[in-house]
Ligand binder design. Structure first.
Ligand code: FES
Ligand code: FES
Length: 152
């Protein structure tokens, strides 16, 4: 089937999408946007987080067909004119990236938190990022990164 949606501000059309394919596969395999990561495909790790019509979702749990006519923003779409989003920049500065596999999802979830809460405390950050798993960092540097981004 064909799926057409706005992705990172551009109209994108994919043909040959299987009815059982997820939005995650649509992004990675049909639209050549590998920033969104595939780790569990079960809604457990948050690595596949994207905005769907402005709402943060696990793209592995959304069928590609459900994206028809929607607006999708991926981690690639957060930067503007070649400039990293403040959240992306803060992750680098705080050393919150090791293997990086969790990073796109954590950046999206942190970005979503800062849209809702301008200056979150540690508990609010931990709660907002509870659905995003990281095997490397121990999370403290990620929390530091969110504080750095909030100050901007
Ligand atoms: S790949 Fe979607 S939540 Fe893990
Ligand atoms: S940096 Fe490796 S899983 Fe988070």
């Amino acid at each position: 089937m064909r799926v057409s949606c706005q992705v990172n501000g551009e109209t994108r059309v994919a043909d040959g999408v299987e009815p059982t394919e997820s939005l995650l596969h649509l992004l990675r395999d049909h639209l050549d946007l590998p920033g969104t990561k595939n780790a569990c495909e079960q809604g457990e790790c948050g690595s596949c987080s994207v905005y769907l019509d402005g709402r943060l979702v696990c793209s592995c749990l959304v069928l590609a067909g459900q994206a028809e006519g929607t607006e999708v923003t991926t981690v690639e779409g957060l930067s503007e004119d070649g400039e990293l989003d403040p959240v992306q920049q803060a992750f680098i500065e705080a050393g919150a990236v090791q293997c990086g596999f969790c990073t796109p999802g954590l950046v999206m979830a942190s970005h979503d938190l800062l849209r809702r809460v301008a200056n979150p405390d540690d508990d609010q950050i931990r709660e907002a990022l509870a659905g995003n798993l990281c095997r490397c960092t121990g999370y403290q540097k990620i929390i530091d990164a969110v504080h750095i981004a909030a100050r901007r």
